[in-house]
Design a protein. Structure first.
Length: 439
């Protein structure tokens, strides 16, 4: 090991016990109105972000503009012959807080079609990337290279008033969202289907056109609509939403800001969790000959997993203290459309058993399933078996919420985000003194 790395490792090993002590023994000490534990622990539960787009209630789950997921699905205009609403109408709802009429929804459908043309150089760049590039790296790259199209960047360079910032941010956001389905579908077909891409169908809505370009038959169009809406936003504190907001607070345009958020979404602690659930369930089914165990068998399997020091993936949430309504929505879809799928049977039986086991185990604050416990199963059922692509689907949906948020950020003139840092020495000093009064 090089001398620099040796010295760095020495410093790290010396620092770790200090951080452990500060968190476990002095975590409740207050410094400037937050605790040491919150300072070290990623600002968890510190209320210092503002958004009206969505709110995550510990008991009710996500609310979009005040409406629960079932209320949102019930209120929005639905695509003729489909079970789920237009994504375009949902965009109207996120931006305005008002449920659009069918005419207002169709106006956005028409508008997005005029914006949906992806510049040819985007595909050239994607084709030039190594075929084994991660699809999220490709997705982020495609968004970044389109930055030259930014209306916000152009108008800012020309000079515009601060109260006009929202206008070009809205235009950039609308252009970006309209193009994401074709970009995502291109990446999938180029990477996993021998480059046999499918041209968009201008007669279809956002969700329907995405399913068409993916080459997956009905009812996958409804899966897309459901999936994009469910994954659109989860208030501002999660990594992808916060990162997009943070970068945009520097007056970076929508392309640079969303790309940054997508990079955050690609992290294993954020957007990759659904892959872990699916892998875990499939390995479990291998042990049972491909058949889902009954409740007693599932209970034993859960205990064996926990007693081996492992976790049950897809269960628990940083905020929620009940079943994630996003899981419930996908579980309802699965009961209707894939009741005999063995993976779904496994996940459904797990849902009936795991909360009780985890409660008895006593080491889980929230023993209920989150969104990741169900989403991969549906994708796998419809033939989308490439794990690495699942987060791209998440990214298309998440773009709706974060781009609505940064449009409002510019409309309200929110400031550059700039939290204040402290040193470990300062924390140790204040811990010894019993705290530090807020300034």
């Amino acid at each position: 090991m090089a001398k620099l790395k040796e010295k760095l490792l020495e410093k790290i090993k010396a620092q770790r016990p200090k951080i452990t002590m500060l968190t476990k023994e002095k975590g409740s000490v207050v410094i400037d109105k937050v605790t040491i534990e919150q300072c070290i622990g990623g600002a968890r539960d510190v209320r210092c972000l503002v958004t009206d787009i969505s709110y995550l209630d510990p008991q009710e789950g996500i609310r979009f503009r005040g409406k629960t997921i079932p209320e949102t699905f019930a209120a929005l205009p639905k695509v003729p012959g489909a079970e789920y609403p237009y994504v375009e109408g949902f965009w109207h709802f996120l931006l305005t807080g008002e449920i659009p009429t069918m005419d207002e929804t169709l106006e956005i459908v028409k508008d997005w079609k005029t914006r949906a043309k992806v510049p040819s150089y985007v595909f050239d760049v994607l084709k030039a990337m190594p075929k084994d590039s991660h699809p999220m790296a490709m997705f982020s790259t495609a968004i970044t290279v389109m930055q030259k199209e930014s209306i916000f960047a152009k108008r800012y360079a020309e000079g515009m008033k601060k109260d006009e910032y929202w206008d070009p941010m809205f235009e950039d956001s609308s252009n970006l969202i309209a193009r994401l389905p074709e970009i995502a579908a291109f990446i999938y077909r180029w990477k996993y289907k021998n480059g046999n891409t499918i041209a968009p169908n201008p007669d279809l809505d956002f969700g329907g056109n995405f399913a068409h370009m993916m080459g997956i038959a009905k009812p996958y169009d409804d899966v897309a609509r459901m999936y994009f809406i469910l994954h659109s936003d989860h208030e501002s504190g999660n990594v992808s939403a916060h990162t997009t907001h943070l970068v945009a607070s520097a007056l970076s345009d929508a392309y640079l800001s969303l790309s940054a958020g997508i990079n955050g979404l690609a992290g294993p602690l954020h957007g990759l969790a659904n892959q872990e659930v699916l892998r875990w369930a499939q390995k479990a089914l291998e042990k049972t000959g491909g058949k889902s165990p009954d409740k007693e068998g599932m209970k034993k399997f859960c205990w064996d997993t926990l007693n081996a020091g492992q976790v049950i993936p897809g269960y628990g949430h940083a905020v929620l203290r009940k079943t994630d309504p996003r899981f419930a929505s996908q579980n309802e879809f699965s009961r209707k459309h894939l009741p005999n799928d063995e993976l779904f049977k496994f996940i459904n039986t797990l849902y009936e058993v795991a909360p009780g086991v985890l409660t008895e185990h006593g080491k889980t604050k929230n023993p209920w399933p989150n969104v990741d416990a169900a989403s991969g199963v549906i994708q796998w059922h419809y033939g989308l078996t490439e794990y690495d692509f699942y987060t791209v689907l998440f990214g298309v949906g998440r773009a709706l919420g974060v781009l609505a948020n940064i449009t409002w950020d510019r409309g309200l003139g929110y400031a550059l985000e700039r939290p204040k840092s402290v040193t470990t020495d300062m924390l140790e000093k204040w811990a010894t003194e019993g705290g530090r009064p807020g300034m």
